[in-house]
Design a protein around this ligand. Structure first.
Ligand SMILES: [Ca+2]
Ligand SMILES: [Ca+2]
Length: 219
């Protein structure tokens, strides 16, 4: 505050009256009206679909997954630096029954094979939250289903998708699989290039009222 006043006095020597008044108002505002600056928040990228209480719950859960004692305010260093292995995350009850759990973890993992950071974890919870828009969910679901990561859902992706859904023990014969994939493409491949791109996928999703409610988890 002393520095501010000093700067103000130096400035006032050469400034017009209007400048002085504005500057004085700014100084008074800084000194008297503003509360002390808050502790810098964690750098959260994409948690805008989460409420504060959900973020706090995520903090507790993340620390539990790290095997840390639950003391969020004293353990922020762990939230900033530690990563939860994807294998650990796949075992949480909310994901365990999901046939795409490994893919979901992989899609939200910012560093390949390094596990999920707290920010990754929040991104995942945000996209899978009740409040996330269908567009956001469709974007991430598309990435989950794009097994080879080439930006479109080709026959191989659709085959992996079907196998994940029906389970490996129920694998379809080649003919049945081919027929099923042809049916999926007939429903969704609007430009008939043999693959489903993001906008075609979104078009299919908007016709499925159950999609948004199925693509979610709540801690
Ligand atoms: Ca693909
Ligand atoms: Ca297409």
């Amino acid at each position: 505050r002393c520095v501010l006043l000093y700067v103000f006095l130096q400035f006032a020597k050469n400034a017009s009256h209007i400048d002085v008044i504005w500057c004085l108002l700014g100084v008074i505002n800084n000194i008297l009206l503003l509360p002390p600056p808050p502790t810098p928040p964690l750098p959260i990228r994409n948690s805008h679909f989460l409420q504060n209480k959900e973020i706090l719950q995520a903090e507790r859960r993340f620390l539990e997954l790290l095997g840390k004692r639950v003391a969020p305010h004293s353990a922020n260093a762990d939230l900033l630096t530690s990563r939860v292995p994807t294998e650990t995350l796949c075992e949480i009850p909310e994901l365990k029954a999901n046939p795409f759990r490994s893919r979901v973890c992989l899609v939200f993992c910012s560093e390949e094979n390094q596990g999920l950071s707290f920010e990754d974890f929040l991104d995942m919870l945000s996209a899978l939250s009740e409040s996330a828009s269908v567009e956001v969910k469709a974007h991430y679901a598309f990435r989950v289903f794009d097994f080879d990561g080439d930006g479109t859902l080709g026959k191989k992706d659709l085959k992996c998708l079907v196998n994940c859904l029906i389970g490996e023990e129920n694998n379809l014969g080649d003919d049945d699989m081919e027929l099923l994939i042809q049916n999926i493409l007939a429903e969704s491949d609007i430009d008939q290039d043999g693959t489903v791109n993001l906008s075609e996928f979104q078009h299919v999703i908007t016709k499925s009222p159950d999609f948004a409610s199925s693509f979610k988890i709540t801690l």
